[in-house]
Design a protein around this ligand. Structure first.
Ligand code: TXA
Ligand code: MG
Length: 311
């Protein structure tokens, strides 16, 4: 554990791995062209080898090291949303090792907006591939303590910073074809993407089709407790092993063993994964999550809630 950006970057520069903050969730990084270092990420997380990593950059000039081609829609998204919580998928440069992209000929690229992340990536002096810094199958970490709880003893360094601002993972948009496809909803919303490229569509995978985003087929975003979606607090069953998260007044929290009442959708997104982890630590059996309208950031939040509830 360290608060020194320079020290954490030293691990990446010398062929190691390090966890670092971004505005979405904490990532577990390795130098993007270092095969052996990237292997350590998969081992530490217990991540299936068929799940590709996102490359993180601190300057636009690094894109040409990672992608063989910059498509017109990617160019527009990058101009409008970098730095920020958006990952664009592009054809991969042959210099990027196959292990980084799980053998795919495409690569996800993102430039975080978080100041500590920017300084860290700058100090690494290389693009850094990183998945979320959780054990595979656990909710993504939004605090350095969550990284420690999952990966203590399995990784040599955690760069300590504040809780992540957004709290949900980046929007992933496939820009390899003529029509941009949103593979994962996030804080850059479909509406915002369509303002820039009107043809942008949500990718709706057909049952049994080969997934476009391999990570989406794995169980994800879920706590150990059962997650039940409800429209209102009174639709939930209160009791000593039940918990509630939603938007509203603290009066509705009465009768739950754990409860977080959020101000708005952004606040809800910010706290959701941390709440899942708190509930697991407290031995909660059922977490009731209030549904939200599916526009704006509500689409990403709804996506994570549905995945957590599906099993
Ligand atoms: O906000 C985020 O994106 C965080 C922070 C650390 O940047 N990272 C993150 O990484 O959430 P990860 O590995 O947990 O999720 C990446 C998702 C997975 O669903 C993966 O399958 C998909 O992006 N992905 C990565 N590269 C891809 C590619 N070339 N084609 C399709 N999907 C890809
Ligand atoms: Mg992840």
């Amino acid at each position: 554990m360290t608060q020194s950006i320079e020290r954490a970057a030293g691990f990446i520069r010398s062929g190691g791995i390090a966890a670092f903050p971004t505005e979405t969730v904490y990532g577990l990084g390795a130098a993007a062209f270092d095969d052996a270092a990237i292997r350590k990420i998969f081992t530490a997380k217990g991540r299936p080898a068929d799940n590709p990593l996102i490359a993180h950059i601190s300057s636009l000039s690094q894109i040409k090291l990672l992608a063989s081609q910059l498509t017109p829609c990617a160019y527009k998204f990058i101009l409008n949303f970098f730095p920020g919580p958006l990952t664009v998928i592009l054809p991969k440069h042959r210099a990027v090792p196959a292990i980084a992209t799980a053998g795919l000929d495409t690569i996800g690229i993102r430039m975080p907006a978080d100041e500590v992340a920017r300084e860290f990536l700058d100090a690494c002096a290389t693009p850094v591939v990183a998945p979320s810094a959780n054990r595979s199958g656990r909710p993504s970490p939004t605090t350095w303590q969550a990284v420690r709880d999952d990966l203590n003893g399995r990784i040599p360094c955690i760069l300590q910073s504040t809780a992540t601002h957004v709290g949900l993972e980046s929007t992933v948009v496939d820009c390899t074809g003529d029509i941009p496809l949103v593979l994962r909803a996030g804080a850059v919303t479909l509406e915002q993407l369509r303002d820039v490229v009107p043809a942008t569509r949500l990718h709706r995978p057909r049952a049994n089709a080969k997934p476009r985003s391999p990570g989406l087929k794995h169980r994800h975003y879920a706590p150990q407790a059962r997650v039940v979606l409800v429209a209102a607090p009174d639709d939930a069953r209160r009791g000593p092993t039940s918990a509630f998260i939603g938007i509203g007044s603290s009066q509705s929290a009465v009768g739950f063993a754990q409860a977080t009442m959020c101000r708005d959708v952004a606040d809800y997104a910010h706290f959701l994964f941390r709440f899942f982890r708190e509930c697991d630590a407290a031995g909660i059996k059922t977490i009731y999550c209030q549904t939200v309208p599916e526009d704006g950031l509500g689409a990403a939040l709804t996506d994570r809630l549905r995945r957590a509830a599906a099993r």
